[in-house]
Design a protein around this ligand. Structure first.
Ligand SMILES: CC(C)(COP(=O)(O)OP(=O)(O)OC[C@H]1O[C@@H](n2cnc3c(N)ncnc32)[C@H](O)[C@@H]1OP(=O)(O)O)[C@@H](O)C(=O)NCCC(=O)NCCSC(=O)C[C@H](O)C(=O)O
Ligand SMILES: [Mg+2]
Length: 284
């Protein structure tokens, strides 16, 4: 499926070493999966995890869910072997952690060939170089690594995420400028539904396409938060109809619910309807 026609509401990390979780994901209503060879896999399990993941992907069963493999950094003991293995696994994208420059992405591109590349954005230098990383021709998506970013910035956790806002904003600007997908960081307290709901709402308001998740219990909340609501769908339809009627009488502006509707609002309305259709398609 073309990435532009996919929803990315829920993007679930699965440690590649956990066979039970790899199997469970085949039945979870997630839009994308990040099969993790990096931080979720213990050092002594790294090589084994690669084999387990290759077998799980060969066995198929992930349906329309986008399959993204997160490798270890290329400078690590495992990164190059991970990249070579990912190239042959039948995944939809390879995710490089702690990206700080376009040159690092180029080094990965030389190993994985035509497979689309995604970048973990999670260091101060990565934030500062977000524009050049996003502009790399093979770059397809950004994933915010808010745990690593908080560590590097030495911030304290705040529910409003104020200390992370500069970095999140820089990455959003860079991703949107290049038409990339961008998904928000994880919410660590996976039993705190209210906290997750609030952080998803904030991420949706900021313009993220979805949220990365660490536990199946988080999926439903993210799917709801990043999908257009029925009110948004109804409004989009009414805006398009009103604008088309205005245009047919030679006007460039319509009014719906006391607000103006111009070309740009119609473009947004069409995007909302396209996203709703994409969600219906993947759910079916
Ligand atoms: C957080 C967990 C360690 C909790 O695991 P566990 O105690 O086993 O949870 P449950 O008993 O509640 O699990 C219930 C069932 O769900 C399956 N499960 C659990 N997690 C997942 C998952 N992520 N994907 C698929 N399935 C999952 C269990 O197998 C149980 O199944 P069953 O027995 O059949 O009922 C655990 O959830 C976990 O390991 N989560 C992933 C952690 C992870 O990937 N971390 C790394 C990514 S976060 C990160 O690095 C972000 C970034 O880089 C940054 O810097 O911010
Ligand atoms: Mg990280």
């Amino acid at each position: 499926m073309d990435q532009r026609n996919r929803p990315f509401r829920s993007v679930l990390y699965i440690p590649a070493s956990k066979e039970r979780a790899l199997d469970k994901a085949r039945s979870l209503p997630v839009d994308a999966i990040i099969f993790d060879l990096e931080d979720a896999v213990a050092v002594e399990e790294k090589a084994n995890a690669r084999g387990i993941l290759a077998e799980a992907l060969a066995a198929k069963g992930y349906g329309a869910r986008m399959r993204i493999v997160r490798i270890n950094g290329l400078e690590s003991d495992w990164g190059r072997a991970d990249a070579q293995a990912a190239r042959d696994m039948g995944c939809d994208a390879v995710l490089l952690p702690k990206v700080e420059s376009a040159a690092q992405v180029q080094a990965l591109a030389e190993i994985v060939g035509e497979i689309p590349i995604w970048a973990m954005m999670e260091t101060p230098r990565g934030m500062l170089n977000a524009a050049e990383i996003a502009a790399y021709p093979r770059m397809a998506g950004f994933v915010m690594g808010t745990n690593d970013l908080a560590k590097e910035l030495q911030t304290r956790f705040r529910p409003d995420r104020q200390p992370l806002m500069a970095g999140l904003g820089l990455c959003l600007l860079a991703a949107k400028a290049e038409g990339l997908v961008i998904v928000d960081g994880v919410y660590n307290a996976f039993k705190d539904d209210e906290g997750l709901r609030a952080e998803c709402a904030q991420g949706r308001d900021m313009g993220f396409d979805g949220k990365t998740l660490i536990h199946p219990a988080q999926v439903e909340i993210a799917n709801a938060a990043f999908a257009p609501t029925q009110d948004e769908i109804d409004l989009a339809r009414r805006q398009i109809a009103a604008f088309e009627e205005a245009e047919s009488s030679g006007k460039g502006v319509a009014v719906v619910d006391g607000r103006i509707v111009e070309n740009l609002h119609v473009a947004t309305a069409r995007e909302i309807l396209a996203k709703a259709d994409a969600i219906t398609a993947i759910s079916g």
